[in-house]
Design a protein around this ligand. Structure first.
Ligand SMILES: [Zn+2]
Length: 233
């Protein structure tokens, strides 16, 4: 799963608007960011798979994609948010960040084949995955449904800030982010030439999407905000 993971970020942005969208998007993909870095530095191992739905075959990914690893990274992200980020929202926001990091593992569990470890880093132990990737139609329906429903929910619960009414991002931001979803997700149908290319492309696509989403979110405020509150921003 790639773009489907971002659903949690758009939903939580509505529940807790004090967390910047780029932080939420990095939280939902934290495990994959680490995974790509671990592969680049030869700590984890994958190989290219020539398949329309999946471009990588997992050989060994215990540190990023075991439930034990995911739990550790969820705590690391929570501690960073609470004590080092300087961002608002307190315990509620910290809890939501932890939940988003962990959500990645459970979403992967639904679509991955049996390649996810539970509470161990030992790659010889039993692995789990419900294998929705075996059905192209169902896996794409799930992924598209998740990202579209969450983005629509975000748009319904936010509005353009009046002070930014002439801004490029107020006019085109929604279209830019939507086209970015479509184009970036479509790249997952192309078989990459090698593992390094795959990792660098995934990281580039992710950070580019964070930037675009953040530009859009900067010109939007929750629909519940009053004009008085907005003018105080
Ligand atoms: Zn993953």
């Amino acid at each position: 799963m790639f773009y489907g993971h971002y659903c949690g970020a758009w939903f939580v942005k509505v529940i807790e608007p004090r967390i910047p969208i780029w932080v939420l998007m990095n939280a939902v993909q934290f495990i994959d960011i680490l995974h790509n870095l671990f592969v680049i530095f030869h700590t984890e191992k994958i190989k290219i798979r020539h398949d329309f739905t999946i471009s990588e075959e997992i050989i060994s990914v215990p540190y990023s994609h075991s439930l034990l690893g995911a739990t550790i990274w969820c705590l690391v992200a929570g501690l960073w948010y609470r004590f080092f980020s300087g961002l608002g929202g307190g315990n509620k926001a910290t809890f939501l960040i932890c939940l988003l990091v962990l959500s990645h593992w459970f979403e992967d569990l639904v679509v991955h084949e049996k390649d996810l470890l539970l509470f161990t880093f030992d790659n010889t132990k039993p692995k789990y995955g419900f294998g929705l990737y075996k059905s192209f139609l169902l896996s794409q329906l799930l992924e598209t449904g998740l990202i579209l429903s969450s983005f629509i929910y975000y748009l319904k619960n936010t509005k353009t800030s009046l002070k930014n009414s002439a801004n490029f991002w107020t006019k085109w931001g929604v279209s830019v982010v939507f086209v970015d979803f479509v184009i970036s997700h479509s790249t997952s149908y192309i078989t990459p030439p090698n593992v390094l290319f795959l990792c660098f492309t995934a990281l580039t696509l992710h950070f580019k999407s964070c930037y675009l989403a953040n530009q859009l979110d900067k010109v939007r405020i929750p629909t519940s905000y009053t004009l008085t509150k907005e003018s105080l921003d």
